[in-house]
Design a protein around this ligand. Structure first.
Ligand SMILES: *Cc1c(COP(=O)(O)O)cnc(C)c1O
Length: 395
């Protein structure tokens, strides 16, 4: 059985999105900036996609700017707020410890340029506390950036309340909603959001397409110089097929959202229950305020990488919190932020279910994980130290 359980990393392209994209890769390949009809056909497709996306987000079309994905949208939103802040003499930004690197590294760059950043803690449940956020806002705060839902542990932040506080205090609020859009309800108006980042490939759209929502009146700073595409805010010939596919995928995701979420939540909780039965294991992040598809566990006495490789041998694609993929031996900043010590954080496993998941798949994941964890513990020196009492169990 092949089970793809890494939907937080990327998702399969929807059939409908692919079908809507094909004409723009084949016959309607014109440049949207060209005046002849072949170009104008592509232009119309882009504007239609913009209207669809705006409707799905409860925004207006002019508030949507297309980007190459979530990372670019995060960069553009943060650098826009930083620029507006600088002009007003405000160079303080509030964020939290579990943001995506697209946010954290952009903020680190600003820090080197003289901005001051406050990183809010997220506590054991992986969620920021409203009163701490409110207390962190100062006279010179130009931006609050807090993600909608976390990509590793799936925790959902109190975005609407954060947005309300920011609005009251006159501070711009950006949210990286890459994991949320198409999966949980997101409404930029009701959620008091000023800027929002999203990425097509996280909701069954194509890779390399995303968008930035910026509320009317916010003048975006361009990251790329060149032509006047995207009303001068994002130079470069538009990814026409990507944009068309993104709109089709979002429309589909939003219309199936409730049914998918209900089904996935039940499967997620079945998976959590099954994995919790493995001794010396623990769920990472809040059990309820989490994405319907996200399960993230730590297993004491093992290495996440070995677990992934052996699960792959059993046909299961999953992910680990350890950041070896990024060339560093440090465990995930997210797991450290929720208080997992290094040894424990190294034994983490992220499973993110797809819309096609079912009980058979979930039960196979539980069986395989349980087998592999037992097997790996069999020759783990850390596990031996734990079981012989040389080291104390944490979980
Ligand atoms: C995937 C992801 C991103 C990056 O999006 P890309 O389109 O891959 O650049 C940013 N933030 C979060 C939370 C993500 O999950």
């Amino acid at each position: 059985m092949n089970i793809y359980a890494d939907n937080a990393a990327t998702t399969k392209l929807s059939r409908k999105a692919l079908e809507e994209m094909l004409p723009y890769l084949e016959e309607s390949y014109g440049n949207p900036s060209s005046l002849y009809s072949l170009g104008q056909k592509a232009r119309e497709a882009i504007e239609k996609a913009r209207a669809v996306i705006a409707r799905c987000m409860c925004a207006s079309a002019r508030e949507i700017t297309f980007t190459s994905g979530g990372s670019e949208a995060d960069n553009q939103a943060i650098l826009t707020a930083a620029e507006l802040g600088r002009k007003a003499g405000k160079k303080h930004i509030v964020t939290d410890l579990i943001e995506h690197h697209a946010v954290l590294r952009t903020l680190a760059k600003l820090e080197r340029e003289g901005y001051e950043i406050t990183y809010l803690p997220v506590h054991e449940n992986g969620i920021v506390r409203i009163e701490e956020l409110e207390a962190a806002i100062r006279e010179d705060t130009c931006l609050v950036t807090v993600m909608y839902a976390n990509n590793e542990i799936g925790t959902i932040q109190p975005v609407r309340e954060i947005g309300a506080i920011c609005r009251k205090r006159g501070v711009l609020f950006h949210t990286d909603a890459v994991q949320a859009v198409g999966h949980i309800p997101v409404n930029v108006a009701e959620d008091n959001i000023d800027m929002l980042s999203a990425s097509a490939h996280k909701f069954h759209g194509p890779k390399g397409a995303g968008f930035l929502y910026a509320r009317k009146g916010i003048r975006l700073s361009g990251l790329i110089e060149g032509g006047a595409q995207e009303r001068g805010k994002r130079a470069g010939t538009e990814n026409v097929a990507g944009i068309v596919g993104m709109a089709a995928a979002l429309e589909e995701a939003v219309s199936n959202r409730e049914a998918n979420a209900e089904k996935l939540t039940a499967l997620r909780d079945r998976l959590i229950k099954g994995l919790a039965a493995i001794p010396h294991s623990a769920l990472n992040g809040d059990a309820e305020k989490r994405l319907p598809s996200n399960v993230n566990f730590c297993f004491e006495g093992i290495e996440g990488e070995s677990l992934l490789l052996l699960l792959d041998d059993r046909g299961i694609s999953a992910s680990s919190g350890s950041a070896c993929t990024s060339g560093s031996l440090d465990p995930s900043h997210v797991l450290l932020a929720i208080g997992r010590v290094h040894d424990v954080a190294h034994g983490s496993l992220r499973l993110t279910l797809g819309d096609d998941a079912d009980e058979t798949q979930v039960d196979e994941i539980i069986r395989a994980t349980s087998d592999v964890v037992t097997y790996l513990r069999g020759f783990s020196p850390i596990w031996r130290d734990l079981t012989t009492g040389k080291k104390e169990f944490i979980l």
